[in-house]
Design a binder for this molecule. Structure first.
Ligand code: PLP
Length: 395
């Protein structure tokens, strides 16, 4: 009899030759439990998803309640489905006034795809500007705006008329002109190794987009839903996007994404031709019910309240000559080491000692720290002790 691990390696498509191969049986709150009952603290929320903790009871109940009513009924946009309507209503109630039209999709990449198409339709322009070291997803459109030649190698030709600027570099904003349909930017760059831009830069970016009639797409797929200590990361900058992208934590552990804009901009997808963007499963009722419950939990349990404090505790405790820097905002952090080799050894030892962490797509010498927001001060102390022990072991 082949083991589950052997079957996984034989029949489940692999994304690398070195998968982690951990086998989990259940997860609850901050912890995941393997088949031997060993507990692992989830320090990355797998990745950026379980912000309110694994299997939040409110989310589990909402899923059960919805499954007892209906699951899929019809492709997106035709029927009035209570979970979709109530979730959109709640989301727009916490967003700036003009962001009132929510297009639900299945994932982050799809949210990026929809937003890029929408920007082209609304402006009648084709040029898209994105940032070096960005990540917006793995589909063709999202890959086209990924700021890494390495990851794009072998998949061309990709979308034409895409240009790149350096994130957080004011002088590059001159590349945005009245030919630019949109600029797509992560409010805080994730896979670049957590890069927090200056306020001045974000405000100048907003201003330049306004001046040139360019739509500003803020990708908060990783940074949104409370991760940085505000519900949305753009709130740190006093700016608002024309199109906001959400996914990951949006579904409370269920798959869903969204691109959100004004009713006027979103209207471009309705006409000439009609059905400018369609999806069978986008806004699945069970995912919407879960997402609404997750958002209510985030708000009612005030889970963003202590995020800044928790950020400072991590920064205070992760001090060691081998840790070059701990950067980031809220619970979206990166600890930088000298090399990938050292980082990888430390990560592997942390996993052995019951802490799940990893590195970043475009920044392999840094360790990701993005736990569920429910992590307590005592949990943070325990996690940091294990990380520091691993650092000392190898240095
Ligand atoms: N945008 C950002 C900032 C992300 O971090 C990710 C995923 O890591 C995506 C988009 C893509 O989301 P998905 O994996 O749901 O397609």
């Amino acid at each position: 009899m082949p083991t589950l691990r052997q079957l996984f390696l034989s029949h489940n498509a692999q994304t690398t030759d070195f998968p982690l191969l951990l086998e989990f049986e259940r997860a609850e709150g901050l912890y995941m439990y393997d088949t031997n009952g060993k507990a692992y603290m989830d320090l990355i929320s797998g990745i950026g998803v379980s912000s309110i903790g694994h299997r939040h009871p409110r989310v589990v109940q909402a899923i059960k309640d919805q499954v007892d009513k209906y699951m899929h009924l019809m492709v997106y946009g035709e029927y009035v489905q209570t979970p979709q309507v109530r979730f959109a209503e709640k989301l727009v109630s916490i967003l700036p006034g003009h962001l009132q039209s929510v297009y639900f999709v299945n994932s982050g990449a799809e949210a990026a795809e929809g937003a890029l198409k929408l920007a082209k339709r609304h402006t009648g322009r084709s040029q898209i500007i994105a940032c070096h070291n960005s990540y917006h997803g793995s589909t063709h459109g999202a890959l086209s705006v990924m700021g890494s030649d390495e990851f794009k190698r072998g998949y061309g030709p990709l979308l034409p008329d895409v240009d790149f600027i350096q994130f957080d570099r004011l002088s590059d904003l001159q590349k945005i002109t009245d030919k630019t349909a949109c600029v797509i930017v992560e409010t805080i760059q994730g896979e670049a190794g957590i890069r927090v831009p200056e306020i001045q830069y974000m405000q100048a970016l907003r201003h330049k987009c306004d001046k040139t009639g360019t739509l500003l797409i803020l990708d908060e797929i990783q940074a949104g839903m409370g991760r940085t200590g505000k519900l949305f990361a753009f709130e740190h900058y006093g700016i608002e996007p024309d199109i906001l992208l959400l996914a990951k934590a949006l579904g409370g552990g269920m798959p869903i994404g969204a691109f959100i804009s004004s009713a006027e901009i979103m209207g471009a997808l309705k006409n000439d031709p009609i059905l400018g963007h369609i999806t069978t499963f986008g806004g699945h009722p069970v995912s919407c019910a879960a997402g609404l419950a997750a958002l209510e939990a985030l708000l009612e349990e005030n889970l963003t309240r202590q995020v800044a404090e928790k950020e400072h505790l991590f920064k205070e405790l992760l001090v060691h000559p081998a840790i070059k820097e701990v950067r980031g905002k809220g619970l979206m952090l990166a600890a930088e080491f000298e090399s990938f080799e050292l980082n990888k050894k430390i990560i592997d030892r942390c996993i052995e000692n019951g802490i799940i962490t990893d590195w970043f797509l475009h920044c392999s010498n840094s360790m990701r720290i993005a736990p569920p927001l429910i992590i307590t001060h005592a949990d943070i102390k325990k996690a940091c002790e294990i990380i520091i022990e691993a650092v000392e072991y190898y240095t």
